[in-house]
Design a protein around this ligand. Structure first.
Ligand code: PMP
Length: 359
């Protein structure tokens, strides 16, 4: 048998890699450390029992979209929902990307932006962030002018750095861009401001968000986009019919009854983030970067990989970015429960002490 070959442009592609090791403290994938409230699970299961499982789900996820829209003070026609914000991003790229259409992004940033662009056949143009991981506006405007990209990605807060982009920068990029600006706000609830304020039917800008972090529902896969009505109508033509199953739609709707609990958790995680930030700032061998997300990026003077190994040996898994261009020797820690954060900080302290003892 001759094996069929994938599309030539996919042959050099590697998949998404984030090692999952069996450890006691897992702070590597930016999930919520808390399960959803028990009352949420009860209400969701009750909805599932009442669901007509022999019937296809609500194709347009109308109630869910209505609920998200109400929660954000937007018209329902501006909301699109899908299986995780990754599927939202893929639908955006299938609709507005493709061969002959370029996507501009600013590295280092979320690896899936370039990956999804490539699997949708969209060539990627790479800009670079400044030393503080922000987007340099004059440089961005020059790239937009020169490359005329159909899509510009702005990840804010940026993964893996946590950097929050000023709304004025995002608005200036949207004013200059000839096509669509996608603002990935997977961590938007942890940041002081949101580009949701910039959504307007006369601006080609869309914001993507997720239930995976704040809403503690990473296992269910639910994300959404908020954008001009004309853009949402185009996404609805492209996405597969009935892509969002009844369990996910119900979870999204029911979760919105728990806004106060979730906001309490955001507040708590932001406080913990600032506590970890202060502790890392006091470590002489570490440079920590300000973050508006539920994680922190820090650079290790003694070599990132060695510190990561030392933490794994102590049962603490964080994300190793040490060999990534632009974030050399950097590691990213997700904010966990106070106990997990304490374990991370004391283990890190030990590893750093050991590395200086051996030096
Ligand atoms: N965007 C960014 C910046 C992310 O970090 C993530 C999760 N790692 C996602 C999107 C995707 O989230 P999900 O598909 O779980 O909604």
């Amino acid at each position: 048998m001759t094996r069929p070959r994938p599309r030539p442009d996919l042959q050099t592609l590697s998949g998404y890699h984030s090692p999952q090791l069996d450890v006691t403290v897992r702070l590597n994938t930016n999930e919520s450390p808390f399960p959803p409230p028990a009352a949420f699970v009860d209400a969701w299961v009750a909805e599932l029992r009442a669901a007509d499982l022999n019937r296809y789900p609500d194709r347009g996820a109308e109630q869910l979209r209505g609920g998200i829209a109400d929660h954000l003070g937007q018209p329902p026609a501006r909301v699109f929902a899908a299986n995780g914000s990754n599927e939202v991003l893929q639908t955006l790229l299938l609709t507005y990307g493709g061969p002959e259409r370029r996507a501009l992004l600013f590295e280092p940033t979320y690896a899936l932006h370039a990956h999804i662009a490539r699997i949708t056949g969209t060539p990627v143009v790479t800009g670079h962030r400044n030393d503080h991981f922000g987007i340099d506006l004059p440089n961005a405007l020059e790239l937009i002018e020169r490359e005329s990209p159909e899509i510009v990605f702005v990840c804010s807060p940026n993964n893996p750095s946590g950097t929050v982009e000023a709304l004025a920068t995002i608005a200036a990029i949207a004013d200059a861009a000839p096509g669509l600006v996608i603002v990935d706000e997977a961590y938007g609830e942890f940041a002081p401001e949101s580009a949701l304020r910039l959504i307007d039917n006369d601006r080609a800008l869309v914001v993507t968000r997720t239930y995976s972090k704040v809403w503690s529902l990473a296992a269910l896969r639910l994300g959404f986009a908020v954008g001009p009505q004309w853009l949402i109508e185009e996404l609805d033509k492209v996405v597969l019919p009935y892509h969002l199953d009844v369990a996910t739609q119900a979870a999204g709707r029911v979760a919105l009854q728990f806004v106060d609990e979730m906001q309490g958790r955001v507040h708590h995680l932001v406080e913990e983030r600032e506590r970890i930030f202060a502790a890392l700032r006091d470590e002489p061998l570490v440079e920590v970067f300000p973050s508006g997300a539920n994680f922190l990026l820090f650079r290790c003077a003694t070599g990132g990989r060695a510190v990561w190994d030392g933490l794994v040996a102590r049962g603490v898994l964080i994300r190793d970015f040490s060999s990534w261009p632009g974030v050399e020797d950097c590691l990213r820690v997700t904010v966990g429960t106070p106990e997990e954060n304490d374990r991370f900080l004391s283990s890190l302290d030990e590893v750093l002490r050991e590395s200086t003892d051996h030096a």
